[in-house]
Ligand binder design. Sequence first.
Ligand code: NAP
Length: 269
Amino acid sequence: MNKVLRRSILVTGANKGIGYGIIEKLLSGSVPYDIILTSRDVTRGEKAVSTLQSKYSKSPSTLAYHQLEVTEDKSIESLVSWVEKTFGGKLDVLVNNAGIAASDASAESARLVIKTNFSSVVKTTEKFLPLLSGDGKILQISSMMGQLVGQDQALRKILERDNLTKEELNKTADDFDKVVKIDSAFTSYCGSKALLNKYVRSILPKELKPNQQLYAIHPGWVRTDMGGSGGQYSIEEGADTPVYLINLPFEKNNKLDGKFIFNRQVVKW
Ligand code: NAP
């Protein structure tokens, strides 16, 4: 019998919320994948894995676990080398989903939000690039709150520059609390996703192989711990677009590749 070609998929911050929802939807589907659930807390992650494994014991996909604290370089490196050893040196889909909201308008809180939602995504992506298969996909879970139109004027001016370099983008993130006037807890969250969108739009495409695919995604306002109970969408609905993009053929999609996607459609940066 031919060995089934299983694509491998790794999701960050997947012990709950949209990340968990993405994995649940993949496990309940008919396409066989090798799925890796990661979380910063081992107990929470392993509990999520065992719940999903018993619920989807008949799934054609497999589910494995590894710890990942996205803000720690060592944690990213240990995950990368585990994936390299366990999955034959390659990864087919990287879903950078882990994220936080700011607790207040302080510079300290802003720094943690920018580090978690932007700088750690850049690091995780760059560390996994050598393992990403030639037709692999990267999904960056962003937010409509990162649209340019809603940003602080100074940040918007920087992000609108067509020739902005990777170094300048990273420096803007490092100096965020000096560049931007932080007037609410939303400022840094919105800014972190605007920085991420710029990375997807202008920087990362230059580092990809011709057939690798890249998407920034707004999942909708989803009822999770972050989104709160008033959100418009269930977790399952929030997972729809990411899973739709994962299930698309592993080839450049002329309409969607490199774009910002919400409800399976392209939206404005
Ligand atoms: P959530 O329920 O709060 O889940 C966030 C996940 O990220 C949790 O698993 C959390 O782990 C993990 N995480 C946070 N910091 C981490 C770190 N330093 N290292 C590793 N994992 C970390 O939030 P969600 O609503 O599912 O959000 C998922 C993504 O969707 C985020 O990027 C968010 O910005 C985006 N998004 C959400 C909405 C919405 O309405 N919910 C809208 C637009 C975009 P712990 O359980 O250990 O905290």
